[in-house]
Design a protein around this ligand. Structure first.
Ligand code: C2E
Ligand code: MG
Ligand code: MG
Ligand code: MG
Length: 294
């Protein structure tokens, strides 16, 4: 590097950028390797009908067990996979794995639960997406209306009209469409207005501060989002329920369903299976009992 400050500065920035590029390329290679070596796994988080405590669905959430780094969060690698285009391959794997699991549970004769998978906005551009899904689901003899697709907006949807077209075709088959993380920057009223959806998943950011005595507007927002969904005839699911106070509040305001650590973290298939095996029901409306065990 040259001795004068200006050049030094230039070197500093360029090294930083270079490191970023190297890290990106390494991650892309590791993802490719991870796919080949089957380092990915699906966990499932139950979605619960608040009125009855019954499990209505499970959301498939990808886990990456990296041989050196250990567990890598999807928040870290999904955005990179979206950029590199690897998201297509990952999503194909997720869909096949989740459907195979769903079929297995169907065959065992458990009460039917829906399987929910996350699709990043970019996945809607995949070639023949609708045909591929139709083929896969029908050849496995799975009910279309027991499949749910969550549109997660980690990447901005560039062509909303095109996405709407695909969403309409999926809904014509009977597949349920959920708008994920509703209320965050990526998933706003514009999408609610334009996308034909069946389910609205209220972001956990609005659930977090319910009944925690902080001065906040979250209770009003949560209440209003529930009301809005009801008037639009859309099912509303609260994400990230962690306390009984949040559950009581949401239940009292007519929120249809919920998910969160209060009920269960995302867990491996075997653990879901033992819940289904035992016809597990969560306690959601017997607050006296709830108080008694605390
Ligand atoms: P998401 O779809 O909104 O999933 C919910 C996230 O919240 C999950 O994080 C879940 O573990 C977490 N969560 C659930 N209940 C609670 C709670 O009570 N408290 C807290 N603090 N967190 C809770 P996870 O599994 O790390 O996934 C993060 C995000 O990565 C997902 O957000 C989704 O956007 C994306 N993702 C995960 N799996 C896939 C996938 O297979 N495909 C795509 N495209 N994206 C995925
Ligand atoms: Mg989701
Ligand atoms: Mg979400
Ligand atoms: Mg989220």
């Amino acid at each position: 590097c040259a001795k004068d400050m200006g050049k030094d500065k230039y070197c500093f920035y360029s090294t930083e950028l270079q490191n970023k590029i190297i890290a990106y390329i390494q991650m892309v290679n590791q993802i490719r390797h991870g796919i080949d070596k089957e380092e990915f796994q699906l966990y499932y988080q139950p979605q619960i009908e608040l009125r009855t405590g019954k499990i209505t669905a499970v959301e498939a959430l990808i886990r990456w067990n990296h041989p050196e780094k250990g567990f890598v969060s999807p928040m870290e690698f999904i955005p990179i996979a979206e950029n590199s285009g690897q998201i297509q391959q990952i999503t194909e794997w997720v869909v096949k794995t989740a459907l195979t699991q769903k079929k297995e549970w169907d065959k065992k004769g458990y009460f039917p639960i829906k399987m929910s998978v996350n699709f990043s906005g970019k996945c809607f551009a995949a070639v023949n997406l609708v045909d591929k899904l139709r083929f896969l689901i029908s050849s496995m003899d799975i009910k279309y209306n027991e499949i749910q697709i969550e549109i997660t907006e980690t990447a901005f949807m560039s062509d909303l009209n095109f996405v709407i077209e695909i969403v309409n075709q999926l809904r014509d088959l009977g597949i349920k469409i959920a708008l994920d993380d509703f209320g965050t920057g990526y998933s706003s009223l514009t999408y609610l207005k334009r996308l034909p959806i069946d389910i609205l998943k209220m972001d956990r950011g609005f659930i977090k501060n319910i009944k925690n005595d902080l001065k906040n507007h979250d209770e009003i927002i949560a209440k209003t989002v529930i009301q809005l969904a009801k008037e639009l005839n859309i099912n509303v699911v609260a994400e990230g329920i962690e306390t009984s106070e949040q559950l009581i509040f949401l239940n009292e305001h007519g929120c249809n369903e919920g998910q969160g650590y209060y009920f269960s973290r995302p867990i491996p298939a075997e653990e879901i299976e033992s819940l289904l095996e035992n016809h597990h029901k969560y306690l959601t409306n017997n607050y006296k009992y709830d108080d008694a065990i605390e």
